[in-house]
Design a protein. Structure first.
Length: 268
């Protein structure tokens, strides 16, 4: 798979384009990189475009205040001469996908959001933070503070890949890849302060394209709550709640996740 580097600002964004058919843009989560989309690429009969965000994977960059994940995504689309796309985003990538749909509605034909963050969303309430999740999150922070990136990586795999109440649930190649991708992210230099768009939380009703919203049963409570809000607020949205998975069901190749994505894509 050939890598194309797209220069934008002080970054050289590592991008890949594979397959043939309608265009899809894949925007990865904040604990992975574009390699996390392998099962989706294999499932879709589409031309799949992806890239590593600043601080992830093979993208090269210098610190730059005011950089934007949205403008980076547009630069990648333009470099590959792609106009309108279905955008599939996970977690942090879901947030960027929502912001892209609001800033450039002419470029987004549909949205698939997996465990999506949302700019401007309220944080978790005290009732949404159970003791296990709080303890795991605190242990992650403590490991980072003492510079133990290996331990932080292990704990984040429990939090995001397995789900906080199911440590060690995902094994084999998916776990190894998570640890490899997240190790790069944990060790990466700060890319600089991002430009902050108008919060998507207050503008979701403006999104006119169809949207598929997915949330894993084992994901954090406030992320599942936000998924319900997305599905209730975006006019043409559908919610799929996924049994037995956490924050990154596509990474572990969850069959229900892949069926939902391919069904949405085929319907479009």
């Amino acid at each position: 798979m050939a890598t194309t580097y797209v220069t934008h600002g002080r970054a050289r964004l590592a991008s890949e384009c594979t397959g043939a058919g309608p265009d899809v843009l894949l925007v990865h989560a904040g604990v992975t990189d574009q390699r996390s989309w392998a099962t989706v690429r294999e499932r879709l009969g589409a031309r799949c475009l992806s890239f590593d965000a600043r601080g992830f994977g093979r993208t090269e960059y210098e610190p730059e205040d005011g950089w934007s994940p949205v403008s980076d995504a547009v630069a990648v689309l333009d470099a590959h001469e792609v106009g309108e796309v279905v955008v599939i985003g996970a977690s942090m990538g879901g947030r960027a996908s929502l912001d892209l749909a609001l800033a450039h509605p002419d470029r987004v034909a549909g949205l698939v959001l997996i465990g999506s963050a949302i700019s401007g969303a309220p944080g978790p309430t005290s009732g949404e933070l159970d003791e296990t999740t709080v303890a795991l999150d605190g242990a992650c922070d403590a490991a980072l503070e003492r510079g133990d990136l290996e331990e932080a990586n292990r704990l984040e795999a429990n939090l995001w890949l397995d789900g906080p109440h199911h440590p060690g649930r995902v094994e084999g190649a998916a776990r190894e890849l998570f640890l490899e991708m997240n190790a790069i992210a944990l060790a990466a230099a700060d890319p600089g302060d991002q430009d902050e768009p108008d919060p998507a939380w207050d503008r979701l009703r403006e999104i006119a394209c169809p949207a598929l919203v997915m949330a894993g049963e084992y994901d954090l409570a406030h992320i599942r709550r936000n998924a319900r809000h997305l599905a209730e607020t975006i006019p043409a949205a559908e919610l799929v709640e996924l049994a037995g998975v956490a924050h990154l069901p596509h990474l572990e190749g969850d069959p229900a996740t892949l069926r939902a994505i391919s069904g949405f894509f085929a319907a479009g």
